[in-house]
Design a binder for this molecule. Structure first.
Ligand code: NAD
Length: 556
């Protein structure tokens, strides 16, 4: 087994690591030393010459060089990381999966005193007020350390050693949690194989007396049944309520039936529901939770990529009525959002690909690393390969999208201002979906047309460079998104986009991409909007090698 020590500078990772390794005749690896050996330069010199970004890339290479986790039951290697190693999602995936991560936690006040006595220069703390800097780092990094077993690093060394050794027999888990955070919009957990344990602990935190699981037939078969079995094995009485599959769950009569089932189970106001499914299921179950007894807590366990990067997070719930999609709903934040990326393995290719439309949108909002991840792994994921799930690429996509959404929604839960930016690509996208009657086109596919249109408008207004626009366009082409011109007319798309037909289209709040993010504009000339819609509907037929066809859908 490999044990990995994480925590802030000064938390004692090296001292504890050396002692533990020597007591167990295991190898000791200090990641900073490894970087220094590999580069022939000191950490301080690397920071001075290449800045933090340069150091982080050497650090990532050093993590990769550790190779696969040791599977021996005995402790073979103790790895002490740098304080910021786990900022990079790739490092967390590599260091936490199959290894035993331990977080040496400590109050910044104590760590600051220790650092003042230490001869080691810590580049990220040096030159700042050490206490203020450590407090800031502690709050920024908590979510990255929190998946590891938390031990006080400021206790006496012997006591730390006793605590650690008493837990060694637990060994590494087959699951991996890469992020755990308590936020203003609920607990966020992201990982692989984590669903049942995370649900169990969320129920325990809510002092639940039973697990009331809401799913639909397919997600019950693929995820719900195994979660139920694990919960039962953990001692939870389990109740199950099945809603219809897909968009059919988002009907008012389904909400009535769901609430009646809850009433028949005598569910009271303090009881927590658990929704297991894609965006349609979490939207419907979330709406039932928002309204039953005027609101009961709910845990979302999204099983699709759309659910994990978007739908299950942020508290928007809704059902459809014949007059329109999502017209009846409520804001209701889940108490926990548990994204288990292992569920992606069974997703049909068309669902995967369409979801990437939303991921590209999140990247276009200004996350260049996310753009890179999709450029590197998007095609393989869209093809249905397991590799992007097993390599951590999907976990990184989910983390980047989910965390960006957490930040935006925390600032603006009810979409008064910044949350609006999440609608990039959605104005034209919704127009395309509506013009197509919400048939034959998935939401993420429509967003891809919308993104093409939004970039065309930005180009016309000089808001974005051709280079940036081409980069995103090429990515959409490679992913096979928004390629075939949809079977809708420009006029019908424009008609559906305008909330009021007499209203000038240019006066809508347009979210328009720039090279680094987006701007909101309500002064777009109608001619630019029309050109944007034309560009969106043109698609990219010459790039049609990976076009969407119904034959590969697997969609009901
Ligand atoms: N609330 C929000 O903020 C928000 C945001 C985006 C989308 N949405 C809503 O989400 C819905 C779309 O979500 P979706 O794309 O997840 O669709 P979905 O819930 O209909 O699921 C798509 C299909 O995948 C199946 N499925 C689910 N998990 C699976 C798995 N792990 N393996 C194999 N198949 C699986 C489902 O049975 C279904 O047939 C729409 O109704 C949309 O309005 C809501």
């Amino acid at each position: 087994m490999d044990l990995v020590l994480v925590g802030l500078s000064g938390s004692g990772k090296s001292a504890v690591g050396r002692r533990l390794a020597s007591r167990h005749k295991a190898a000791f690896v200090d990641l900073d030393d490894l970087v220094e050996r590999r580069t022939g330069r000191s950490v301080q010199t690397i920071f001075a010459e290449e800045g933090e970004a340069g150091f982080r890339s050497h650090e990532y290479e050093a993590v990769v060089s550790l190779g696969p986790a040791n599977t021996d039951a005995r402790l073979r290697r103790v790895i002490a990381t740098g304080g910021g190693t786990v900022i990079d999602p790739r490092n967390r995936w590599l260091l936490y999966r199959g290894r035993f991560p331990v977080w040496l936690d400590g109050a910044p006040e104590i760590l600051a005193t220790r650092l003042a006595r230490s001869a080691n220069v810590r580049p990220l703390v040096a030159g700042h007020d050490p206490l203020a800097r450590l407090q800031q780092l502690a709050s920024e990094r908590r979510r990255f350390y929190a998946p590891a077993l938390q031990i006080s690093g400021t206790a006496a060394l012997d006591s730390i050693m006793r605590t650690l050794e008493s837990r060694l027999a637990e060994g590494p888990s087959t699951a991996v949690t890469v992020l755990r955070a308590d936020t203003a919009i609920g607990r966020i957990e992201i990982g692989y194989g984590i669903a049942a344990t995370a649900v169990s602990s969320a129920l325990r935190r809510g002092e639940a007396r039973r697990a009331i699981l809401l799913a639909e037939p397919r997600t019950w078969e693929l995820a719900g049944a195994q979660i139920a079995a694990a919960l039962e094995a953990d001692g939870w009485p389990v109740e199950r309520i099945l809603l219809p599959r897909g968009e059919n769950a988002k009907r008012l009569h389904v909400i009535e039936e769901t609430c009646r089932a809850l009433a028949q189970l005598h569910v009271d106001r303090k009881e927590t529901l658990v929704a297991i499914g894609g965006g349609a299921l979490t939207d419907a179950a979330g709406f039932a939770a928002a309204t039953y007894l005027r609101g009961v807590p709910i845990i979302h366990v999204p099983t699709t990529l759309v659910g994990q990067v978007d739908a299950a997070l942020g508290g928007k719930t809704a059902v459809d009525i014949p007059e329109g999609k999502n017209l009846v709903g409520a804001f209701h934040q889940p108490v926990a959002f548990i994204a288990d990326v292992s569920f992606n393995a069974t997703l049909p290719v068309r669902e995967r690909r369409a979801a990437l439309g939303e991921v590209v949108k999140m990247a276009a909002l200004g996350d260049d690393r996310l753009l890179e991840v999709v450029e590197e792994s998007g095609e393989a994921y869209a093809r249905g390969d397991a590799e992007p799930i097993e390599s951590g690429a999907v976990a990184e996509m989910v983390e980047r999208c989910a965390w960006a959404k957490v930040e935006v929604v925390t600032a603006d839960a009810r979409e008064a201002n910044v949350r609006m930016t999440l609608n990039l690509g959605h104005t034209i996208g919704h127009g395309v979906e509506a013009a197509a009657g919400y048939k034959e086109i998935l939401h993420g596919e429509a967003v891809a047309y919308g993104l093409r249109g939004a970039f065309a408008i930005s180009l016309a207004l000089g808001l974005v460079t051709m280079e940036r626009a081409e980069r995103v366009k090429l990515l959409l082409d490679r992913l096979g998104l928004g390629i075939e011109p949809p079977e809708v007319t420009r006029e019908s798309v424009i008609e559906h986009m305008a909330t009021d037909k007499k209203h000038s289209l240019g006066r809508l709040n347009w979210i328009l991409p720039t090279d680094t993010g987006v701007v909101i504009r309500s002064d777009v000339p109608d001619s630019a909007v029309e050109a944007g819609v034309t560009a969106a509907l043109r698609g990219a037929p010459h790039a049609a090698s990976a076009t969407q066809t119904r034959s590969e859908t697997g969609v009901p």
